[in-house]
Every structure is written in C-alpha cells, then in structure tokens.
Design a protein around this ligand. Sequence first.
Ligand code: EPU
Length: 423
Amino acid sequence: MMAPAPGQIAVRHVGELKGSIDVPGAKNAVLKLMVATILADGTYELSNVPQIADVAIMSDLLEAIGITTDVPAPGRLRMTNTGDLVPIAPYEQVERIRASINVLGPLLTRCGHVRLSMPGGDDFGARPIDLHVAGLEAMGAVFKFSHGDVEASADRLHGADVTFSFPSVGATENVLTAAVFADGVTSIDNAAREPEVIDLCEMLVSMGADISGVGSSRLVVRGVPRGSLRAVAHRTVPDRIQAATYRAALGVAGGELTIREARPDHMHNVLARFRDMGMEIEPIPDGVHAVAASRLRSIDVQTLPYPGIATDYKPLMITMLSVAEGVGIVTENLYPGRFRYIEELMRLGADVRTNGHHAVVRGVPRLSGAPVKAHDIRAGAAMVVAGLAAEGETVISGVDHIDRGYDDLVGRLRSVGADITRC
Ligand code: EPU
C-alpha cells in the first residue's frame, strides 16, 4: 500500500479500547450560539467550545458582519457586538458553512434587512430553505431572490402562528431568533426539539428573551423591545454525535470506555439502540460507562427528528452493522441521498445494498483496510470507525471534512489505545 499523504488519517485494527474520553461541546449548538450574539450589544463568553474548523469559519462570517471574536483560552470564545452591523453574508463565507443560514432571523429582526448568498447543498443532497422563508413571511418579512442571493426586509416583524410541516432544526432556530424582537406573540408548532435547539433557547432566555415551551414541540415567544437583551456567558451543550462516535468505535473494537460530559438524557433512544446491539451502557454522574464484550448484533434502524435516531448517527450505525452478527435494515427519512459513504465502506469489504432510502447491511466478521474518502463530516468519522474494524491499514483522505466537526478525533482515540495517526 502507498504511504499515507500529509493530512490523511491512517488507522489499524489493534484490538480493544480502554480508558476515558471527554466529549467537547456540540458543533450544531455552538454555531447557533455564536450567531445569537447578533441580537444584543456587549461582550459574550462561550465555554466548552469545540476546537473545530466550523467555529473558525463561523467566526470569519460574523467578523464580516461586524462582530469581533477572540479565543482567550482553548475551549473558550469571546465575542463582542458593538451594534455596528453590516447585515450582509457574502458568498465566500456562506458557501463554506451551511449554518450561515442561521444569520437570517437574527439580522432581519435586529437590522430590519438582510442579504445573504443562498446556501448550497451538501454532498448528501439538496438542503432547501422553504420552511425558513415561509415562517419569516408569516411574521411580515418580504423576500426577494436574485443573482444567487436571498434578501429579506421588514421594518418590524410581527408575531404569527407558525406551523412547520417538518420539524426543521434550522427553520425553528431562524423563526425563534426572529421572534425575539417581533411585536406580539409568535407560536412555533412542530418545532424541532433537538438538545442543540434547547441550548439556543436557554442562551436566549438568559439574554432576556421571553420563550416558553423550551424542549417541547410548541415554542411560544413573546417579543421584547430591541435593545432590551444583554450579552451573557454560556456553556455549550456536549456533543451527542461525537459521544456516539466514541461508542461506535468501542462497539467495533471491543473494550471498555468512560465517555465523560456526554448527557445520557440527550441520547435516550440512541443508547437504547446501542444496548440492543449488545453493548452495556450505564449512565454515570458526568457521562456514560460503556462496555463492548462481544461481537455486535444487527438491528433495524430508522432516522427521525429528535428524540428519534438522528440522521447524523446513521453512518456510524451502518459501520457498526457492517461487522455485526446478522442483517440490519436502515431507513433514512431525512436526507435520501445520505448513503454515498457506503461505496467507501464496500471498498473495505462491507456487504451493503441500497434501494431508495433503505440500506440492507449483512454483517461480515471483519473489514479489510484500504484507502477511502471522507465525503462529509459524519461519513468521515464513520470511515475512522470502520478502520478500527478492518484488518491492515485504512487510510482516509478528505480529512478536512472531519476537522469541520470533530475536535481532535485522532488524539482522543489514540489516548484509549487505538492505532491511529494523522500524517
Ligand atoms: N428541509 C426542508 N426545507 C427547509 C428546511 C429543511 O425541506 O426549509 C428538510 C431538509 O431538506 C432535510 C430535513 O428538512 O430533509 C431536515 O433539515 P433541518 O432543517 O432539520 O436540518 P438543518 O438545520 O439544515 C441540522 C444539522 C445537521 C443535521 C440536521 C438534522 C446544523 C448546522 N446542522 O441541519 O447536521 O443533520 O439538522 O438533524 O445544525 C452535521 O452536523 O453534519 C449535519 C449535517
């Protein structure tokens, strides 16, 4: 096999993992907390901030809008909003990060106008924004689409009853943040309930927003005057997807791990599925203790909005099923195109057939190491997990995708005995 090139990750199967891993803050929370600083002047202190590329990309976008950011210590982010904002998110910034769509609601409600480049799709499919637009239109926003940009204006938004046909995370967050300064009351029915949405609600409430129903599928926001919110310090919720990544690594390698800072109450269903596959998982005061003593058993899984099994867990679960005993059927209900990494898994010897949004995975005892590509963040992490289950060496390219969402995945896995290096 060719030697790994700079920037690639090389993984070898060595056997059991043992030790303790601290899970950092969640990417999909911290990016939205950063955007919430648009709403009020002052200096914010975010803690438990993962050291990932997407935080740096979002910092660049917010700097372009007029918010300064600095890192006083690892895991902390200080952000200052002086009120001098430019409500424009240019293409160069937006195309780098899908979460840039989250500036729509805050800039519109704070500045009365916003222009941003239309966010593109992902490697796993189109990512429309119709629900974001319909929700904000119901609150009085007027939209214009031209030259690849979306522009929205409203001198003052008004409260509205918004019912989503699907509990979109991003659309819930945009309507929620826009409603903070709207005249009157906004209700959001069929709202997303992900722990990261709750984290955003909690930060907004500590800033002075009036939100009830936090954590339920009906959020009610009573608008407060612009200028009545204040900057705060906030600790980012732990990353349930990174926690699942370390559990999946354990599942295929075997052994025993304490995964700290992972909140079992945010992972109820997914922990149950890992147990169904034969892992022992016990909640402990600051995380979970997990043991994988034997080969995993196959299960059927379908992805659903929270509290169902998140689509982001799916590449990990398909990887686990590919070396489990039996046959598992996986159904993707969120992103029909999110199966591309399966071709890479098959290069490692996995037996997977896809048909529409279903995948049938027949477990084989062991995969066989080969060069593979990371096509997106979660698919990249799944390739690393697959490498732990493969004879010989697996070399992963496209590692910049992994860096977008994983804080030192390689170092953390090495610390518990994995044979993994970043070249
Ligand atoms: N959708 C629409 N119209 C909309 C919005 C969404 O049809 O206006 C559809 C999407 O096409 C998709 C489904 O609704 O089929 C779910 O989309 P959602 O809006 O809930 O997702 P998102 O906010 O764009 C966040 C995470 C994703 C995660 C999804 C689902 C962030 C930055 N991203 O995306 O995370 O997969 O929720 O839980 O929070 C990742 O971290 O790698 C990642 C992709």
